[in-house]
Design a protein around this ligand. Structure first.
Ligand SMILES: C[S@@+](CC[C@H](N)C(=O)[O-])C[C@H]1O[C@@H](n2cnc3c(N)ncnc32)[C@H](O)[C@@H]1O
Length: 238
C-alpha cells in the first residue's frame, strides 16, 4: 500500500486498488515511481510504501486501543522473541493483538479472547486489513480460563484482570503476564493477585511520549504529545 505525506507531515494511506487520493490540497494521482508527487493544485506530497505502523494507525477503533508506544514497551520489557506464543485479552479493536502478531512473525502465534461479538468483528476486520495470518480470535469470556499452555506472554487489557484464573499454569518458565490498567490502585490489586499465583512482580511503568517539531531556529514541543494512557504491570513466572 502507498502512503502520501503532505508538507505538514499529515499522512494519507491509499488502500489497495485506489489510484488517487482526495486530500486537503487537491487530488493526488498515484505515480508509478515513489518520490515527490504533486496534487492537481500543485501541493507537493511525498509518496512512499506504507509500513505496518502506518497501516495499524489507520485501523478501526471500537473500544480504547493500546497505542504503539505502550505495545513497544511490552515487547521490549518482556524480551519477546520472534516465534513466541502469546495470549491477549480482551481483543477490543485488536490493536495490541495485531502489534504482537506482527512482532512475533509468521513463526509465532497470538490468540486473542473477546467476549463481545461486535468488538470481535472490528478486531477481525483489522487483522484482515493488516493481512495477519498468525492471530486467532476466540469469541470467548477469558475469565472461563485460558486454554493455551507454555506461553511466552499473556497480555490483559480488560476491566477485571484479577478474574482470569490460573494465569501461571499457562505460562512457560520465564514467561510474562502484562496488565494494562488506567489506575495505580488497579495495578496494586493485580500485583497482589499475581503474587498469590506465585508470579514475581518485576516492574510497573508508564510510558510518556513527547514529539518534537524540529525547526532549527526554535525547538518547540509539538501539540498532541501522548501523555498518560495507562500503567503497564509486568509479572513473571520464575
Ligand atoms: C480496552 S478494550 C481492549 C483494547 C485492545 N487491547 C486493543 O488494543 O485494541 C477491552 C476489551 O476487553 C473485552 N473484555 C472485557 N472483559 C472480558 C472478558 N472477561 N473476556 C473477554 N473479553 C473481555 C471488552 O469487551 C473490550 O472489548
Amino acid at each position: 500500500m502507498k502512503l502520501l505525506i503532505d508538507p505538514k507531515g499529515k499522512k494519507y494511506l491509499m488502500t489497495k486498488g485506489e489510484t488517487e487520493m482526495h486530500t486537503q490540497h487537491g487530488v493526488v494521482k498515484i505515480a508509478k515511481k515513489d518520490g515527490v508527487n504533486k496534487s492537481h493544485m500543485g501541493t507537493e506530497y511525498l509518496q512512499t510504501e506504507a509500513n505496518f505502523i502506518d497501516m495499524l494507525l489507520n485501523c478501526k477503533r471500537g473500544p480504547q486501543v493500546v497505542l504503539p508506544k505502550d505495545a513497544a514497551a511490552i515487547v521490549v520489557h518482556t524480551s519477546l522473541p520472534v516465534g513466541a506464543s502469546v495470549v491477549d485479552a480482551g481483543s477490543g479493536s485488536g490493536w495490541l493483538a495485531a502489534f504482537l502478531a506482527h512482532y512475533v512473525g509468521p513463526t509465532g502465534k497470538v490468540t486473542t479472547y473477546e467476549k463481545r461479538k461486535d468488538f470481535a468483528k472490528i478486531a477481525k476486520e483489522n487483522f484482515k486489513f493488516l493481512e495477519l495470518e498468525n492471530v486467532k480470535l476466540k469469541n470467548v469470556d477469558v475469565t472461563k480460563g485460558i486454554k493455551e499452555k507454555k506461553l511466552d506472554l499473556i497480555t490483559l487489557d480488560l476491566l477485571t484482570p484479577t478474574k482470569v484464573p490460573n494465569i501461571s499454569k499457562s505460562l512457560k518458565a520465564g514467561g510474562y503476564v502484562v496488565v494494562y490498567v488506567p489506575h495505580l490502585e488497579q495495578a496494586e490489586t493485580f500485583v497482589a493477585f499475581a503474587k498469590k499465583q506465585g508470579l514475581y512482580f518485576e516492574r510497573a511503568i508508564e510510558v510518556i511520549e513527547r514529539e518534537w517539531d524540529l525547526k532549527w531556529d526554535s525547538l518547540k514541543e509539538r501539540m498532541g504529545a501522548i501523555g498518560h494512557t495507562a500503567y503497564l504491570v509486568f509479572c513473571r513466572k520464575v
